[in-house]
Design a protein around this ligand. Structure first.
Ligand SMILES: [Zn+2]
Length: 434
């Protein structure tokens, strides 16, 4: 062996032993009165959850004394609580919140200001019990830095799976709008594309700079300040190229879509989730079932834009008109899709609504006829499946990452219990305990 390599290896080994001795295993023993260990399956009572170094190692019946697990184990008494896996929101935008000052903020805030603000929103989201989110669209460099900073433990926030900038067509939803021409030029993302080959390039570009997931906009959107409707905007060949390129590089694709034409085209092209899905028709439902794609309903977005359109005047006439029309129809369509057996993954579009209110989506889903058990499943088991993390997230089982939350009341009796999460553990670290 090369002597330099040998010295380096010896040093590395010494360091590894030294580090593991210094950091004794950190053990939490949770006494859980009631546990929804696997959402969709019955509630278990009086369980002990053992968490060592951020992972769940055991789930056992009865309250086992902490000392019996490890002499320095920390007992967490949740014996009067309802304990479940951390909630997961599959559609947020941590950079900003929709409001009357959006235009001036765009001009006044630096990218660094935006990053700091998004760190604040991330923390609010985590404290609300959402331990994992998918951020579907924003300024790439800043959202990736936030994601990585949280992963390293520099900042408190949910685990983030981020898209960065949308892969969108010129002039379509996901491209910039509502600015002077020079600002439009300045802010156009490198992932705006036209034609199949260019969209293939845009997808690879997004992945090169850090995208965990590709976000596309197959139809027009409510909040684009252009009179371009909510119909299909990305052409079939563009959709196919983006999805093939993303899958070839191991990334899933989420498509914003309102009109049935765009929903169906994206599903036919092999998309992994449809966001909003406002006008899903019979054909869409057949395609959802055939492909196994998820619907991420974002009822909160519909609810928020309708309220804003009716009670404020900061949105342009084009946006207001779309908000009232689409927002009102989203619930009807969600009811039908859910009833027909389309797989639902939980998502709020927070950023349109306020960050930290993510659990309100559960109340809207319940009001639209979904059972509490299914709602919680959509925010755990289904969400984990959608992001390809079923092996590590979504349930309380041995071997999974210790993302655990608790409420005082039983969310299976009253879904509003999720609005008041009293305990949050993420990766084995307690971040909230009341
Ligand atoms: Zn969105």
């Amino acid at each position: 062996m090369n002597p330099l390599l040998k010295t380096t290896l010896t040093f590395a080994l010494t360091l590894a032993v030294f580090t593991s001795n210094q950091l004794a295993a950190k053990t939490h023993v949770i006494h859980a009165g009631n546990v929804l260990a696997i959402p969709g399956k019955p509630l278990l009572s009086k369980q002990t959850i053992v968490v060592i170094d951020g992972k769940i190692t055991e789930l056992k019946s009865g309250f086992i004394p902490a000392i019996k697990i490890a002499k320095d184990a920390q007992l967490v008494d949740l014996s009067n609580s309802y304990v479940m896996p951390g909630l997961m929101d599959m559609h947020v935008h941590l950079q900003g919140e929709l409001g009357p000052k959006n235009d001036s903020k765009k001009l006044r805030m630096s990218d660094s200001d935006k990053l700091v603000e998004s760190a604040y929103f991330a923390k609010k989201t985590l404290l609300a019990g959402f331990t994992t989110v998918r951020d579907l669209g924003g300024t790439p460099e800043q959202i990736f830095a936030l994601r990585d900073g949280i992963a390293k433990g520099y900042l408190q926030g949910p685990r983030i799976f981020a898209a960065g900038s949308n892969v969108a067509v010129t002039g379509g939803h996901g491209d910039v709008d509502g600015m002077s021409p020079d600002l439009l030029e300045m802010h156009t993302a490198k992932t705006v594309c036209d034609g199949p080959y260019d969209c293939r390039r845009a997808t690879r570009h997004a992945i090169k700079f850090g995208a965990d997931v590709i976000k596309i906009t197959s139809t027009g959107g409510v909040l684009s300040d252009t009179d371009t409707g909510t119909g299909q905007q990305m052409a079939d060949d563009e959709l196919k190229e983006v999805i093939n390129a993303a899958h070839a590089l191991g990334r899933k694709v989420a498509s914003h879509a309102h009109a049935a034409s765009g929903i169906n085209a994206a599903l036919r092209a092999g998309v992994d989730s449809i966001e909003h899905g406002s006008y899903a028709d019979e054909e869409s439902i057949k395609l959802f079932k055939k492909t196994g794609a998820y619907l991420v309903p974002t009822l909160m977005a519909g609810d928020t834009v309708v309220t804003l359109a009716k009670t404020t005047n900061f949105m342009s006439p084009a946006i207001s008109a779309k908000a009232i029309r689409v927002g009102g129809d989203m619930i009807k369509n969600f009811k039908r899709a859910h009833k027909s057996g389309v797989k639902i993954a939980y998502g709020t579009d927070s950023g349109v609504s306020r960050h930290g209110n993510n659990a309100k989506e559960a109340v809207l889903m319940f009001n639209a006829g979904m059972k509490p058990q299914d709602i919680i499943k959509s925010a755990t088991v289904h969400a984990a499946d959608l992001i390809g993390q079923s092996k590590s997230l979504g349930t309380i089982e041995a071997g999974k990452i210790a993302d655990i939350i608790a409420t005082d009341n039983n969310p299976l009796d009253d879904i509003k219990a999720l609005l008041e999460v009293d305990f949050v553990m993420k990766s084995g670290e307690i971040v909230k305990q009341q």
